[in-house]
Design a protein around this ligand. Sequence first.
Ligand SMILES: NC(=O)C1=CN([C@@H]2O[C@H](COP(=O)(O)OP(=O)(O)OC[C@H]3O[C@@H](n4cnc5c(N)ncnc54)[C@H](O)[C@@H]3O)[C@@H](O)[C@H]2O)C=CC1
Ligand SMILES: O=C(O)[C@H]1O[C@H](OP(=O)(O)OP(=O)(O)OC[C@H]2O[C@@H](n3ccc(=O)[nH]c3=O)[C@H](O)[C@@H]2O)[C@H](O)[C@@H](O)[C@@H]1O
Length: 645
Amino acid sequence: MNDTNVAEPHLREPRRLNWRKVNKRLLKMPLQIQRKEMQHCEEMERQDNENTSHKQEPGLASTSIASSVLCVRVLWRCVLASIAAPATSKRWASLAHATKQQQQPALRGLLAALLRMRAGLLAQPSDMDDSSDHDQDFSDDVGNPNGDSSDRNQDHSNDVGNPGGSPNDENVTPPPELEDIERICCIGGGRVGVLTMMVLAHYWHIHKHFVLDKDVERINDMNGINAANERVMPFSELDMDLYLNKGIDRGNLHFSSNIDHELDLCQMVFIAVDIPLKMKPKVLKNDLDINNFEDAIKSILQSIDRIPGWKCVAIKSTVPVDYKSNIANHIHGFYDAWRLSVITNPEFFSVGTAVQDLLHPQKVVLGDFYEGQNSLALFRDLYAGVVNVDNIEIIGSQSSVQIGKLLSNAVLAAQLTLMNIGSTLCEKVGSNFDDVRSTITANSRLNQVFTNSRPGYGGMGLTKDIDYLAYLCEYVGMTFEKKFFTMISEMRRRKMDELVQNVSHMIAASKSIAIYGFSNKVDSDDIRESPAIYICRSLLKINGIRLKIFDPLVSDNTILKCFVPRERNRILVVDNIGGAFDVEAMVFLVEWPMFATMLEEQRDELVNTMRRPSFIFDCCDLIVDVDGFDHIQIYRLGKPKLSAI
Ligand SMILES: NC(=O)C1=CN([C@@H]2O[C@H](COP(=O)(O)OP(=O)(O)OC[C@H]3O[C@@H](n4cnc5c(N)ncnc54)[C@H](O)[C@@H]3O)[C@@H](O)[C@H]2O)C=CC1
Ligand SMILES: O=C(O)[C@H]1O[C@H](OP(=O)(O)OP(=O)(O)OC[C@H]2O[C@@H](n3ccc(=O)[nH]c3=O)[C@H](O)[C@@H]2O)[C@H](O)[C@@H](O)[C@@H]1O
């Protein structure tokens, strides 16, 4: 189309902006308009500069004066706004944008200082004894249990940007619809991240799904880029290979360590990074270490700044109960942060059955975290492809969802603790815990599962959440209630100690013990907080004890890494079930059916091969009848003594 009224750029008359006039005009306008107007003037200026041989100097100088005046004015408003309403962010946005665009180092520094002050204000824990207003805050925010995050905020506050930004930009794009999404990614390629992407790739073929991890070696292994040219996953789960291969063959499941690049292309992001407990300093012990999580959030914000566009984020990681104020601080360092919408989406799967749990979740819980409306809609639509919409529960605030998740693990841990007390009681009074369990499960109001007693329980979820709950209680002044969680944690250790004492009473020094089962539970190679680690290390403290360890799923290396070199010298990891018969004692820690079969079918061989005196410690209900064990003395956890033991 040829529009004769529009002159060719190189033929246009050079125009010069009168910045004094612009300034006067600007200062009379509302703040939002000021910003747009200034952008417009700058654009005109830029075009003019391109079209003249005089180039930029005069324009730059005048732009600088204009923006200084504007900045000072906006800065003043910011100060007022901060005092009056710390959460107001639009004015900060204008200023930040202006200083960034106009390269005003002094103002930028001043703003950075103010942002830091403001971040400090926002990071203040709520005053528990305050007025009724506080009650409302407290329902969403129980203070700031993450003592160190304000240090990290200082870094962010130097990235002067838009602390909240302006959704009224001319170039605002609407939030994405699910059909428009091409790629979905998950930061964190552990069990949660990989399996979540794998299951979504199974249900949703219109998107590509990316697992992102900063651990390059882990990603290379997942892609089969290693010496053996073989795909190596960092964990195993029942049915996992089948669905992984399908997704990879279909071309909608990928693994990448190029996090920034992939984030730039994705609008829908899950976060499933690990959030471990802090070990020190002592006052913060058992608080959650959020460094990984904050790095993930920072990567997302940087991506929004690079490629402006919505980022809808769902957090799978178990984040601290009060993270709202912290995230607000971080977001305030970024120009386009208003395009961020974050929800929390806790994961309840159980290791070992994770694939089926994810393929057929009983419930999906979504809760607002930070400006979550857009994400709630988007992720609800996504999960509608996985689970019946009636089973998608949208719950108000992040803290409620998080407390719910923590307490659901605490209920399980408390129940297991009671079972473990019960089995010790049975041993003391000569009862059988099998009968006790039948009595418990006959009561239909009680949980039918989680009634097996073991020498302690393992897994990151139960152990970590109990310790964090103890920390949280202390933090909010519930010191009496804290004791409940501390006690659960101590009871777990006590139960493991009980077994070690039983073994050490029977076994003389310098003997060999076979450990059957090293993971937390059957069908799983997860050894995080596995009781086997604690039990083996305690046994190795007994003079001259040597261990033979067998686990059907956990690799030699993984097992050996749990010990220090001096311990490793006394450990042999065997790769077949019969490789550990030549010992004085056998300790069965995990209820693998193959162990029960071996005890049944290879009984004669055991009797002939085991060194004397021989002991079997059955801690997981493997031995039903004891006929034929002859000279072998048998201890069964929670059951009456059978022989000399
Ligand atoms: N494994 C489980 O059974 C469940 C775990 N959760 C929660 O989900 C979260 C993740 O758990 P897992 O997958 O088991 O953890 P994991 O430790 O197996 O994997 C986490 C991965 O995140 C990566 N990572 C950490 N920071 C990163 C960053 N900034 N950028 C990119 N990658 C990063 C690590 O390299 C690691 O590969 C935790 O908060 C956990 O509490 C929740 C329910 C169940
Ligand atoms: O937040 C998490 O990370 C997860 O933690 C646990 O899942 P998980 O650690 O995978 O394993 P569980 O099945 O809960 O078992 C935990 C431990 O309890 C032990 N256990 C379990 C059941 C039982 O009857 N007795 C018993 O000792 C298991 O052997 C294991 O060591 C919760 O069950 C999940 O709902 C939660 O999502």
